[in-house]
Design a protein around this ligand. Structure first.
Ligand SMILES: *Cc1c(COP(=O)(O)O)cnc(C)c1O
Length: 330
């Protein structure tokens, strides 16, 4: 039996030495806090997927782009256009995809160009991405057909990827996180699938595959509970989707926010486990899981799978911005 992700880009001009493709390892994560709560915890190492130069096209960004890239290719597109903030993992991933799969890429970036750019944008430019900066008001029309039409007049036809990369094809890619785990450990019966959420696309995709009796826990990286609505609407067309819940206690204030205890946790986790987490998404997820385990949120005997969705490219930018608070470089 071959795993579900094999040979998708058969025949495509790819730089194969840059590829570390699926399945990513599924490993036990035996933290003392999990053991003493009677939990069996696994970590799906999608951070180790590498589909292009650098650290950008990995994790859930690869899962979400995969079928979009295939669609862009089979639709005869030569350009990808997308939207994002100056530190966006999605922008970096699309730029990396352009370099690996030979698409031209255009990134519409929110706000002014930072002087000298930042590590994310420098990487994007090195990958050949054309960076087009727009003010915040203009950026908000990112889904407006008239605005997209103007962009098409300026740049020629493109395959449009929404900000964050979440669309139907992204969900198809994300559901493979679950199918892959089931293929790797056929006896593993996850009670909880735990994943960080920004747009909720990854969590939604996993929910499509989650078996009855298991539940997807989406840990919001952002303040507010708008994600509950977003997730519900992403899943509206799928009546057979599984059970899910949004966890909103571990966003630490939003994207570029942190607290000393989060940084301390990340540095300690790297020291003990040798696994680099990012401060925006996966760090908050693991922090949250340890905290919930300490407070006996999960029934004793539960099996959890936590997804390491990647995001490692953001560490350089975080450290450059805040002065080396994280003591590891992926
Ligand atoms: C983008 C991202 C997320 C959020 O994914 P969504 O599908 O938008 O919810 C989670 N983790 C990492 C590392 C990311 O880069």
């Amino acid at each position: 039996m071959s795993h579900p992700a094999d040979f998708l880009f058969w025949g495509m001009p790819v730089i194969s030495t840059l590829f570390q493709h699926a399945p990513s390892p599924l490993e036990r994560l035996a933290l003392p806090e999990f053991e003493s709560a009677g939990l069996s915890v696994w970590i799906k190492r999608d951070d180790l997927l590498r589909m292009g130069p650098g650290l950008a096209l990995c994790g859930n960004k690869w899962r979400k782009l995969k079928y979009n890239l295939a669609a862009a290719r089979s639709g005869g597109h030569t350009q990808l256009l997308t939207f994002g903030g100056a530190f966006s993992n999605h922008i970096a991933a699309v730029a990396g995809a352009g370099a690996a799969f030979k698409f031209k890429t255009i990134g519409i970036i929110r706000g002014e160009a930072p002087p000298g750019l930042n590590p994310t944008l420098r990487f994007a430019r090195e990958c050949g991405m054309h960076l087009h900066f727009v003010d915040r008001a203009t950026f908000r029309s990112k889904e407006n057909p008239a605005f997209l039409h103007r962009l098409e007049q300026a740049y020629g036809p493109f395959y449009h990827l929404p900000e964050g990369g979440t669309n139907e094809k992204a969900l198809e890619g994300a559901r493979e996180i679950v199918t892959e785990c089931q293929y790797q450990q056929p006896t593993l019966k996850a009670d909880y699938w735990c994943v960080s959420a920004g747009t909720g696309g990854t969590a939604a995709g996993m929910t499509l595959e989650a078996k009855p009796g298991s539940k997807v826990l989406a840990f919001s990286a952002l303040k507010g509970d708008f994600l509950k609505r977003d997730l519900a609407s992403l899943l509206a067309g799928y009546p057979a989707a599984g059970d899910w819940a949004l966890i909103t206690d571990f966003h630490f204030g939003g994207y570029a926010k942190y607290r000393p205890e989060l940084l301390q946790f990340l540095n300690h986790f790297y020291q003990e486990q040798g696994i680099a987490l990012d401060p925006i998404y996966t760090g908050k997820l693991l922090f949250g899981l340890v905290d919930l385990a300490k407070h006996r949120f999960f029934p004793k005997g539960s099996t959890l799978v936590a997804v390491h969705t990647g995001g490692l490219q953001g560490i350089h930018g975080f450290n450059e911005r805040f002065g080396g608070l994280l003591h590891y470089t992926p």
